[in-house]
Write a protein that binds this ligand. Sequence first.
Ligand code: ADP
Length: 445
Amino acid sequence: MKLTVKPLKQKDAGRGLAAIDRVSMRELDLENGDYIVIEGKDDSQAVARVWPGYPEDEGRGIVRIDGRLRQEADVGIDDNVSVEPADVKPANSVTVALPQNLRIRGDIGPLVRDKLSGQAVAEGQTVPFSLSFGPMASSGQSVPLKIASADPSGTVVITDSTNIEISETPAEQVSSEAGESPEGVPNITYEDIGGLDDELDQVREMIELPMRHPELFQQLGIEPPKGVLLHGPPGTGKTLMAKAVANEIDAHFETISGPEIMSKYYGESEEQLREVFEEAEENAPAIIFIDELDSIAAKREEAGGDVERRVVAQLLSLMDGLEERVRVTVIAATNRVDAIDPALRRGGRFDREIEIGVPDKGGRKEILQVHTRGMPLSEDIDLDHYAENTHGFVGADLESLAREGAMNALRRIRPDLDLESDEIDAEILESLEVTETDVKEAMKG
Ligand code: ADP
C-alpha cells in the first residue's frame, strides 16, 4: 500500500515509530505494535514499529516517521512510499558499539535494552540512544549507538529478554550500512525544531522542492531561488532550520560566519568566500549558510568601509555566478533585516525572505519537548506549565533551561560521581532522574 511520508511530532521522534492513521492501519491489517517495512528509493528500506497516527491524520493515507527512518529509507517528506507488514524476529542477542568518547564502568546493557526495547534494528545501523549526561550529550541530543551484530541475523526486535553486549570496538570503527549521512551533512532533522511548522513549510517549498525536483522548475520555466533570507531574533532556530533542510535532502553544508569573515586580513575575506562557493559547487547539492549577513552586507551608506564594499561585491558576483544547473542554495540569517544592503535583496539574490519569530506558548512547548526528549524526566514535570511561564523565551533560552535542569539533577548525585574519572558509572546513569525541583531551580536561573 502506498502512503505519504510526513514528519513525526517532536516528542515522538527517536523511537523507531511509524505513526499511521487508523484507516490505513485497518487496510493493511496492522495493529498497534506490529512492524512494517517502508520501501523507499533504490531498494532502501526502513523497518519501524506501527503506532496509531494522530487524530488529524485520519483517512489521509499518511505514514509519519522521523528523520532517521526517512534517511534509512532514503525518502523525503511528501514522498509516496510503499508500506508492507514486516516479518521481524525477536533478538536473542545484540552487540552495540558505543562512541569512542563515552566510557562506561559497569554494565550498561540493561539501560540500553530498556531504552531500545521494541525497536527494530539490524547490523550496521545507527540508532539514537538518549542520554542526557556524559561528555557528548547535550540536552535533547542523543548518543549514536552502532549495531555491531545481531542474533539471529537480519532485522530483529529488541525485547526485554534480549541480551545486550557492548562491543570492544568503538562505534566509529564499526562499518556502516547505507543510510548514513556522508561527511559534511549535518544530522539535525525536522523533528529537532519546535514551533516553526509554517516557516518550515516555506523553507521546504523554497529550498527542498527545487533541489529535490529541479525538473519541475525547468518544465515550468521558473528559476528556483538562489538565496533565502531568514530573519528574526537570535536563538530562534535559523541555523537549525538551515542544517535540517540540508540534512533532509542530503546536501553538503558550508557555513560562513559574517563577523568572522570580516575579521580577515585584506583580501582574505573575498578569497574565503570564493573558496566556500567553490567547495559547495564541487559537492553539490549543497547549502551555503551565511550567519549574521548584516555584518558583511550592511547597507553601503551605513557601512561605508572599503572592505565591506569589496566583500559585498564579491558575494554578489558569486551569487550571480551560481549556475542554475548546479544545485547550490544560499541561506542567510540576520536579526537586522533592515540593515541589509538592498542590492542583496533583489531578484536572483536573496529574493525570498522568511521571518522567524519568537515562539508562542505552543511553540515553546514543542521546543521543550525537543530538548527534554532524551531526558529521564520525572512524572511530575508538567511541560505545559513551563511553556506557559516562559513568555519571551526563544529556542536557545528554552534549551538552556532544559540543560540547566539536567545539570541540577547531575549536581544532586555529584557526591557519588568521580569527576576525575572519564568513565561514567552505569548504575549512576540508570538512577538519574530530572525532577520538578531541578527544573524549577533552573527557572530561577
Ligand atoms: P539562530 O540561528 O536563530 O540564532 P540557532 O538555530 O543557532 O539560532 O539556535 C541555537 C540553539 O537553540 C539551537 O542549537 C537549539 O538547540 C536551540 N533552538 C533555537 N530555536 C529552536 C527551535 N525552534 N526548536 C528547537 N530548538 C531551538
